[in-house]
Structure formats: C-alpha cells, structure tokens
Design a protein around this ligand. Structure first.
Ligand SMILES: Nc1ncnc2c1ncn2[C@@H]1O[C@H](COP(=O)(O)OP(=O)(O)OP(=O)(O)O)[C@@H](O)[C@H]1O
Ligand SMILES: [Mg+2]
Length: 370
C-alpha cells in the first residue's frame, strides 16, 4: 500500500521556550518499497514512526495508507492503532518472557477484534511467520530460551504474522553483534522483498541504510534534510551534514568561478588556486563560497606526477600518513594547505613521504551547501 505523510509535526516542550520533535516531515512511499529514516540520535526517527503507528498523536499533519487517512488534523481524523493494520518492531524489542515463542508470535492474531480465526488457523499462520524468519524449530520454546538474535527474529515474526499492510521497524537489529547484524540484515531484506510489504525502517547506521533501502530520508533535528535513493544520498549529498554523516568524505573549500545551473557541472577555485570541476546539485552564483565533497575511494592515487586526463581533476601532494585497514590502505595526502584522505587496495603501497598525484572525476565530485 502507498504510505503518504504530509506536513507532520510533533513538538515536545523542553522548557525555556525550546522544543524538540519533528517538523514538517513529508514523504510518499510506493507500495512494496523499503524506506529508511536515517539520522543521529534524537533527530526524530522514533517520533515519526510512532506517529504513523498511532502510538502517539502528532500536533498536525496528514498520514494516509492506500488512500485512507489514518490521521488528518484538518479533518480531526485519528484512526486507533489497532485498526491501522500495521506490524511493528520496537526499538527496545519486547518479546514477552512469560510466554512461549508461539504465544508471542500469535499474539496479534489473538487480540485483534477484527481477526477471527480458529486455533488451527492461528497455529498455521504462526508457523508460517516463524518459517519466514527461519525459526520453525523453536515454536514451543519459552521465549527467554533464545539468543538475542533469535529474540529479534521472533519480534519480526510477530510483526508480520497478521499480514500487515505496512511494516514499521525501529532499529530492529540494534541488539545484535556485528556479524549477526550483517547476516540478519540480508535476511530481513530478502523477507521484505518476498512479502512485498511496504516498510519503514529506522536506523542511525548508514551502512545498513545504504544496503537495504530503496529510498532514504536523512533526518537532522526533527527535519528531513535529504530524500533520495542510496546512490543519490551517497554521491549527491545536499549539504555538509549529509556528506559527513554518510561515510567519510573530503570537503575542499573554494569559490564558484562562473554561475552554474542546478545539476550542471561547474568549476570551483580552491583557496590555493587549484581549479576543480564538480557537479552542482543546486544552482550557484559566481563567487559563492562553497565546499566540494569527494569520497576517499573515488580518488585514484598514483606515484608519479600524472597529467590530468579526460577532464579529470588533479592534485599533487605528499603522503603524510599511511594506515593498513586489511582489505585496503588509507592515506592522508598533504597537498599544500589541504589534507586529502584517500584509499587504495592493499596491494598498492605508498610509503609516507612519497610524492603522489590524485585524480578524481568531476562526476564523483559534488558541491555541498552548509
Ligand atoms: N515523550 C517525549 N517527551 C519529551 N520529549 C520527547 C519524547 N519523545 C521524544 N522526545 C524528544 O524528541 C526528540 C526526538 O526523539 P526520537 O525518539 O524521535 O529520536 P530518535 O531519532 O528516535 O533517536 P534515537 O536514535 O536515539 O532513538 C528527542 O530530542 C527526544 O528527547
Ligand atoms: Mg529512536
């Protein structure tokens, strides 16, 4: 089902005339899509999710699923949470310790007034949901006799057992160790595709967001600052916050040479006079002070004074720091007054002091606003 959120506001007073919460949150999500709210702690992810679920009344705005309003402040509509047909996994996952796995998973089928099923039907749906998270064998087990990862999968089974039209997942992998997180991430994505259920996923982990999502909304201080595909977000961050929150990047300060239209390629003059060709996501006037963002992995490092080719950008410098990261080496290159981070595969080594050239394509270089 399509999920539509418009101009959603929810503010919590914190005293001294200050308030936090969410401001004008808006997005439209096509049926079956995997959508992620990504941002630092306190940016409003859970508040957004709880508003969609009906666990919390917003101050104003609109939330609709499949064209049906769940919440509309202008018409005084607020559908109770148990009528919204939503499956949810909470941030602090709660499976009930006094119940068996089967009782936990079947809970939504047993308490929802609109679902009337026989005992056999409940058991069959419960087994199906457990099979979807590869946990059929623990059906009868007490819920506490499970590992943290299994408990999170039980919470997930419970969220999908009633075949929700919308799945809301608030940091569902937060309690897993790094290795389990990675495998569960892949499983979860596969499951979501297989069910075809429209999903809103919340995380502060950028790797998770990039890997799993069809679309990402990056949030900061209660607002969506950028909405786009993982590639958009990573390669065309709209501002400094997004560029630095998502992965590592080099930010080179300079000024715009000639006016450039939105999505055009233009030239930025760095403080040391070097000219850099870059994508301009938004239009800029000549002389505007900007920063260009270039990711370490998009810079090609070579141990000679290379000449720029095919319109590539070129910097010359000296290796100031070399670190071995296992699969790759990371370098800091001093280019006059600039310090540029770059990485290269581990078999290419450039010891400290080596004179190197750095080449990077304009299409990998993006102007970011403040
Ligand atoms: N019930 C509440 N009363 C007062 N303030 C609240 C309440 N719920 C959330 N807040 C505040 O609203 C802001 C957004 O909170 P929210 O829980 O949505 O953040 P979050 O992005 O989910 O963060 P985290 O990643 O830490 O879970 C925070 O500053 C939080 O302190
Ligand atoms: Mg939260």
């Amino acid at each position: 089902m399509t999920l539509e959120v418009r101009a959603l506001n929810k503010l919590f007073a914190t005293g001294a005339d200050k308030s936090v919460g969410i401001k004008d949150v808006a997005f439209t999500l096509a049926p079956g899509k995997f959508f992620t709210l990504l941002g630092p702690s306190g940016c409003g992810k859970t508040t957004t999710l709880r508003s969609i679920a009906g666990l919390q009344e917003p101050d104003s705005g609109y939330i609709g699923v499949g064209g049906r309003p769940f919440y509309d402040s202008s018409r005084n509509i607020s559908v109770p949470l148990n009528e919204r047909g939503i499956g949810m996994v909470f941030q602090s996952y709660a499976i009930w310790p006094h119940m068996s796995v089967a009782q936990n998973v079947s809970f939504p089928l047993r308490v929802r007034p609109d679902i009337k099923l026989s005992g056999a039907e409940i058991e069959s749906k419960t087994r199906k949901a457990l099979a979807a998270v590869a946990l059929e064998e623990v059906y009868d087990r007490p819920a506490t006799r499970l590992s943290g990862g299994q408990q999170q999968r039980v919470a997930l089974a419970r969220a999908i057992v009633a075949e929700p039209q919308l799945l809301l997942l608030d940091e569902p992998l937060s309690n897993l160790d790094a290795a389990l997180r990675e495998t569960t991430r892949a499983e979860l994505k596969r499951l979501q595709r297989q069910l075809g259920v429209t999903t809103v996923y919340v995380t502060h982990d950028q790797v998770e967001a990039l890997e799993m999502s069809d679309e990402i909304a990056v949030m900061n201080r209660g607002e969506i600052v950028q909405l786009g595909t993982p590639k958009d977000i990573y390669l065309r961050p709209v501002n400094r916050f997004v560029a630095t929150f998502i992965g590592t990047t080099n930010l080179l300060a300079g000024s715009v040479l000639d006016a450039v239209a939105a999505n055009g390629i233009g030239t930025v003059r760095l403080a040391n006079g070097t000219l850099i060709q870059s994508v301009f996501p938004a239009k800029q006037q000549a002389g505007a002070k900007v920063e260009v963002s270039i990711r370490p992995e998009n810079i090609r490092i070579s141990a000679k004074r290379a000449a720029a080719q095919d319109g590539e950008n070129l910097l010359h410098g000296t290796v100031a720091l070399a670190s071995f990261l296992g699969s790759m080496n990371r370098y800091e290159i001093r280019c006059g007054d600039l310090l540029v981070q770059t990485s290269a595969l581990a078999d290419a080594e450039f010891p400290v002091g080596t004179e190197v050239s750095l080449c990077f394509a304009p299409r990998h270089t993006a102007v970011v606003a403040d």
